[in-house]
Design a protein around this ligand. Structure first.
Ligand SMILES: Cc1ncc(COP(=O)(O)O)c(C=O)c1O
Length: 394
């Protein structure tokens, strides 16, 4: 077990996935996790971002990740559900929650407010403001964060979130006014889309936040610039994080004015956790006719995101006998373990021509939306998390 009852991530006894493969010969797919990698990435955000850093728990809700972040001093958590609050609370009882899922049931709002002390809720609809008000009454410490959305001008993200959440500008103006009239603390937030490759997308949103607040005649004391910070993938190599942070700081001062700018917050998921985990899978069958192979994990498991956004294809390598297998390669069609015909990777993978069953394939950069989106379809998906010194990131 990777975690003790005291919520401490145990020290790695394996160097990397190759070491794990050799020593454990795992039959089931598992995740290798480097707490040091994660803490180093958190330090980049904590030292570079000009405001409060929280973590989007949805991107990787494993106890190991939450525990390591908590140990490293993180105190603010963006949660999508009360279940995520319960998880974080069990590890860090004094956690501050930002319940930034714009749609919550009355029961969820009540539980968040009364059981977990949550005082921040995101809203993008008038009805949601009214629902929250009916529950929290005249508690003026409650912060309501208006999530706004801009028309999508060009594809700058691997996942566009604007089709589901966010109030258009004219509604955002009304929401801010309503929140102020009711006496709650008005805050603003947006999400520029996951794996945002163009840092200027934040600038456009900060400019819009200022425009909306001005039109509403409402002073906002906090602006949450969301997640969207990119990680490095073979097909998507972003600019350094610091260039995002500098642009965000500069744009906030430029649009809101020095001395009157809102305090900044961010809530990265992918950009924080992507490179702290890899997925160690094993080949179950290599068909000698043709180019089909079958793994013990697939798109219903740790490789789900690969299906939704092929540009986020993770780096991969084959391991045999505790070493990386080299040699002439060829394209292989890769099926997952379930009986579902859709369980096949969206693109062929270039793998050594000499692969055979029981070889391992490690997929790197799978800390974000890997373990998080895995299902138990066909009984697979119960991934162990094994601490290692170093994870593969291509
Ligand atoms: C409200 C909110 N904040 C932050 C995130 C994290 O986004 P990312 O993983 O792109 O950083 C998400 C992702 O769904 C989100 O919905």
């Amino acid at each position: 077990m990777a975690l003790t009852a005291l919520n401490v991530v145990s020290d790695p006894i394996y160097a990397d996935a190759a070491d794990v493969a050799k020593a454990m010969q795992p039959e089931e797919a598992l995740f290798c996790f480097s707490a040091d990698r994660l803490k180093a990435r958190l330090a980049l955000f904590a030292d570079g971002f000009p405001g409060t850093v929280s973590y989007a728990v949805k991107s990787n809700p494993s106890r190991e990740v939450v525990t390591a972040l908590s140990q490293a001093g993180l105190t603010h958590w963006d949660v999508a559900s009360v279940h995520e609050m319960a998880l974080v609370h069990s590890i860090q009882p004094a956690a501050h929650f930002h319940y930034h899922n714009p749609v919550k049931s009355r029961r969820e709002i009540l539980d968040a407010y009364s059981k977990y002390g949550c005082r921040r809720f995101a809203v993008d609809a008038r009805e949601e403001v009214a629902k929250i008000a009916a529950i929290v009454g005249d508690d003026r410490s409650v912060e309501l964060a208006v999530r706004f959305v801009l028309p999508r001008d060009r594809a700058t993200a691997a996942h566009d979130f604007s089709t589901k959440f966010g109030a258009p500008e004219h509604i955002a103006v009304e929401l801010l006014q309503d929140i102020q009239r009711r006496g709650y603390v008005p805050v603003m937030t947006f999400h520029p889309g996951s794996q945002s490759r163009d840092p200027n997308v934040y600038v456009r949103h900060i400019e819009a936040a200022h425009r909306i607040a001005k039109a509403a005649g409402v002073h906002i004391s906090k602006l949450n610039v969301g997640g969207g910070f990119p990680a490095s993938y073979p097909l998507s190599k972003p600019a350094p994080l610091q260039s995002y942070f500098s642009l965000i700081a500069e744009a906030t001062t430029r649009f809101f004015g020095k001395g009157t700018e809102p305090a900044l917050e961010c809530e990265p998921g992918r950009g924080l956790v992507a490179n702290c985990m890899s997925l160690l899978t094993r080949i179950k069958l290599v068909c000698s006719d043709g180019d089909d192979i079958f793994l013990n994990d697939g798109i219903y498991g740790g490789l789900m995101e690969f299906m939704q956004a092929p540009v986020l294809q993770p780096p991969y390598r084959v391991i045999r006998g505790g070493k990386v297998l080299e040699g002439p390669s060829k394209p292989w069609k890769v099926f997952g373990p379930t009986c579902d015909p859709l369980d096949v990777l969206p693109a062929k993978l270039d793998l050594p021509a000499g692969i055979r069953d029981e070889d391992f394939i490690e997929f790197g950069t799978l800390g974000a939306y890997g373990i998080a989106t895995s299902t138990m379809f066909n009984g697979y998906g119960n991934h162990a998390v094994i601490p290692v010194d170093e994870v593969f990131n291509g």
